[in-house]
Ligand binder design. Structure first.
Ligand code: PEP
Ligand code: MN
Length: 337
């Protein structure tokens, strides 16, 4: 940590700053320039996380050197983390595609979509049973009944299933049926939920908050990991900007940025990012080219009748076509779909 001292700081104040650092087991290295004085705090500066260094008289600014996240960081672990999603690996050469309806609507539809996406080469089946809808009057999901349909479809096709948890109280029932637990964008900073999910060993798909910075997002991953569950995937699903042509703005640069900062697998959800079925394919392709380790895509056989997110859902035939078109792009970046 580098502490910039105010130009008008007294010698007593500089001495006091040094003492404060020493009290916390750090050494203070004072460097007096012609214009300004800076103090380097030598040692593990994370000790100072809960110390309001800016409040010490004479301090103008504080610049941490270490990242605020630890197990999630690339410094902590150099090699990419590969997670077993229940027979399907993510984080390695193969890019699994998770596909399925936004919401589990009934048994028949879930089985039908599962068959179709499996045939097209998907690696996992997605589907929400607890839906975080913007309006309380919209379809809220089938709850445990939906989980049963999802698990049944997963079993029949051999696809691991991904589903969202909204409430820590639902974890026990969700882990009975699901292979991967999704944390939705609206809950990325629900820290009680993060901690609860961190107490289970199910892989976690952590979606980026609507307006979350990459640092905040990694801190949420850190919440899960600090409880012991290190099987976390980060999912970019578009962020809120001033643009209204698309539902959100897909921040594709987050993919290479995350690859530098963390060893955790990075997934891209083009469906929720663009909010329009006709834009899903180009952004899915761009995501693979940018280095995504996985994709999650909404598929519905009859989007105009879908109970949620029909406008961004691909029909199975279009999804199958997209899968074919993704293969050469994956090969071009040394990966496989
Ligand atoms: C979803 O995957 O259906 C969903 C609600 O996603 P998000 O949390 O990204 O909006
Ligand atoms: Mn959806």
């Amino acid at each position: 940590m580098i502490i910039v001292v105010r130009p008008d700081a007294t010698e007593d104040q500089i001495e006091h700053i040094k003492q404060k650092l020493q009290e916390h087991g750090l050494q203070a290295h004072v460097s007096k320039g012609t214009e300004r004085t800076i103090i380097g705090a030598i040692g593990d500066e994370r000790i100072l996380r809960s110390v309001p260094v800016e409040a010490i008289p004479g301090v103008e600014a504080v610049h941490p050197i270490l990242k605020p996240y630890k197990p999630a960081s690339r410094e902590f672990k150099q090699e990419n983390t590969i997670i077993d999603l229940g027979g399907v690996a993510i984080g390695g050469r193969i890019i699994p595609v998770m596909a399925g309806p936004c919401a589990v609507e009934n048994a028949e539809l879930t089985l039908q979509v599962a068959d179709e996406v499996k045939k097209a080469g998907a690696g996992c089946l997605r589907g929400g049973a607890f839906k975080p809808r913007t309006s309380p009057y919209s379809f809220q999901g089938l709850g445990e009944e939906g989980l049963q349909y999802l698990a049944e479809a997963g079993k029949r096709t051999g696809l691991p299933v991904v589903t969202e948890v909204m409430d820590p109280r639902d974890m026990d029932v969700i882990v009975k049926y699901a292979d991967v637990v999704q944390i939705g964008t609206r809950n990325m900073q629900n820290f009680r939920l993060m901690k609860e999910v961190g107490n289970y060993d199910k892989p976690v798909l952590l979606k980026r908050g609507l307006s979350a910075t990459i640092k905040e997002w990694l801190m949420s991953a850190e919440y899960v990991m600090s409880e012991g569950n290190h099987n976390v995937m980060l999912c970019e699903r578009g962020i809120r900007t001033y643009e209204t042509a698309t539902r959100n703005t897909l921040d594709l640069s987050a993919v290479p940025v995350l690859k530098e900062l963390t060893h955790l697998p990075v997934v891209v959800d083009p469906s929720h990012a663009v909010g329009r079925w006709d834009l899903v394919a180009p952004m899915a392709k761009a995501a693979v080219a940018a280095g995504a380790d996985g994709l999650i895509i909404e598929v519905h056989p009859n989007p105009e009748e879908a109970l949620s997110d029909g406008e961004q859902s691909l029909k199975p035939a279009l999804f199958a076509q997209l899968m074919e078109e993704l293969r050469p792009i994956a090969a071009a970046v040394g990966r496989e779909i």
